[in-house]
Design a protein around this ligand. Structure first.
Ligand code: AMP
Ligand code: ZN
Length: 484
């Protein structure tokens, strides 16, 4: 049984999918106009923990993350130009080249962080037809009006507009005015109204313009998520995720569009994760306080240390990023990995002490109890560390038997189904590990002989990031040593 905090009801609820054993999850994906930063990655990591917790409970998870390659304007609402278009101009590339480049960066980042790949990653530019159909539907139901710049959704027509943010229509209007985030384009009726279709402008580029019954133009950002989520997961989703910044505008508008069109509840559980901050401020490109995964790897941190840091805070709490905290968790993780290695080397004969076996089962119970309580990973980690301390004490006194070690190892592997910290990879005796490292070095040598330097570098980076092995090319051949 999983308890999840639902933004819509503002309380923890027992999770129940519509169809027994199957869960549909939609998460707003990246806008592919620049390299994703670690703040974005925190959100995808929290979603990955949710997905893993559901899989562990036996659900089949259908997971969709869209790629926004058109329609996201510089202001989240109706302000400014398309982010991808601006990047194309800045980088002297086509919009497609920009979008493909940053989509690949996103995919590389999620794979490095051991985030399970979504089942579908639909691109907005490949779903214009579905968006136009949805717009047609909304028009026939009388929710739209047109102004010189585009086709707008009349938010005053949607009952309970703003229910997700718990703000009344008047309060949301006031919120948007205070933030001055919305352009008052000529003819717009309410400040909360938003474009579902924007008409071609003088500075538009052909590549990002499509024909439609309302004239040439491009879709609004919010219509993308409504159209793509409903296409792949049906009119009612079990879970919709995203960062908390999307509650008052983007997700509020997704609800208005989807529910107006289908007449059904759009999402049963809204799960929002809090921000990664720097010096208390949200990490954001516009503020310029961003790091990418590549930046941190370049400074010698492993992707698993980054993963550990982000999931060790509760997803609904802010997490302030510092290099000191990353340094600390990297050390903790190294400790866990060497603990796993030591466990795998225990050969002491003897039966398992029933008292210790009880400790293992109570640690497991506590760990998964915390996970199932709104994904309380900090609590789960403390249960895991208490088991590690107890086992380490027994190793120190030369009391841990091989059968006890096996039980602890099995528990650790179960924990890792949710944590995703690659425990398996580190659970081999040193000699086996050395064999694996030797094999990787041989593969690198072969790649270098074939002049496949990219492949060779990749193996060298893997050895450093995952095994903390540093290679040295000397005139007598390759030497290796373990980092510090
Ligand atoms: P974007 O590419 O800007 O649409 O953002 C992708 C995802 O990252 C969204 O779910 C955002 O809510 C989330 N996000 C953006 N900035 C941060 C941050 N500083 N911390 C956590 N999540 C963030
Ligand atoms: Zn979205």
């Amino acid at each position: 049984m999983l308890l999840l905090y639902n933004t819509l009801s503002r309380k923890k609820q027992t999770f129940k999918p519509q169809k027994r054993g199957v869960v549909s999850i939609y998460a707003c994906g990246p806008t592919v106009y620049s390299a994703p930063h670690i703040g974005n990655m925190r959100t995808y990591l929290e979603q990955d923990v949710l997905k893993r917790a559901l899989i562990r409970l036996g659900y089949k998870v259908n997971h969709v993350v869209n790629i926004t390659d058109v329609g996201h304007l510089v202001g989240d609402a109706n302000l400014g130009e398309d982010k991808v278009k601006l990047a194309a101009e800045r980088e002297h590339k086509t919009a497609r080249q920009v979008a493909d480049f940053y989509t690949a960066e996103f995919e590389r980042d999620i794979s490095q962080l051991n985030i399970l790949k979504p089942d579908v990653m639909p691109k907005a530019t490949e779903h214009i037809r579905e968006m136009l159909e949805l717009i047609g539907h909304l028009e026939s139901k009388g929710y739209l009006y047109s102004v010189p710049t585009g086709i707008y959704y009349d938010t005053s027509r949607f009952k309970n507009y703003g229910k997700l943010s718990a703000m009344s229509f008047a309060k949301l209007n006031k919120y948007l005015k205070a933030g001055a985030r919305v352009e008052r384009a000529a003819g717009i009726k309410n400040i909360t109204d938003f474009a579902v279709w924007r008409l071609r402008e003088r500075q538009s580029i052909d590549e990002m313009i499509w024909d439609s019954a309302w004239g040439e133009g491009f879709p609004g950002w919010h219509i993308e998520c409504s159209a793509m989520s409903m296409k792949y997961l049906g009119e009612t989703l079990d879970i919709h995720c995203g960062g908390i910044d999307h509650i008052p505008i983007h997700h509020t508008n997704e609800i208005a569009q989807s529910e107006a069109a289908s007449g059904k509840k759009f999402v049963n559980y809204w799960v929002h994760s809090n921000f990664l901050t720097v010096d208390g401020k949200k990490m954001a490109k516009s503020i310029g306080n961003v790091y990418t995964i590549g930046d941190l790897i370049g400074k010698g941190f492993s992707p698993m240390a980054i993963r550990y840091l982000f999931i060790s805070a509760h997803y609904r709490k802010k997490l302030n990023f510092t290099f000191d905290s990353l340094e600390n968790v990297a050390k903790t993780l190294r400790g866990i990995y060497s603990f796993l290695q030591r466990l795998s080397e225990i050969k002491r004969a003897g039966a398992a002490d029933p008292k210790f076996s009880k400790k293992v089962s109570s640690a497991k119970k506590e760990f998964f109890g915390e996970v199932d309580n709104d994904l309380n990973i900090p609590g789960a980690l403390s249960a895991m560390h208490s088991l590690i301390s107890e086992a380490n004490r027994r190793i120190g006194n030369d009391r841990l038997t091989a059968s006890e070690a096996k039980k602890v190892m099995a528990a650790m592997m179960e924990f890792d189904e949710v944590l995703g910290l690659e425990f398996e990879r580190h659970s081999k005796p040193k000699e086996d590990l050395d064999e694996r490292i030797k094999k990787l070095i041989e593969m690198r040598e072969a790649a270098r002989k074939e002049k496949n330097f990219k492949g060779a570098d990749l193996i060298r980076d893997t050895l450093r990031q995952h095994y903390r092995i540093i290679l040295e090319d000397t005139k007598d051949g390759v030497r290796w040593h373990r980092e510090g």
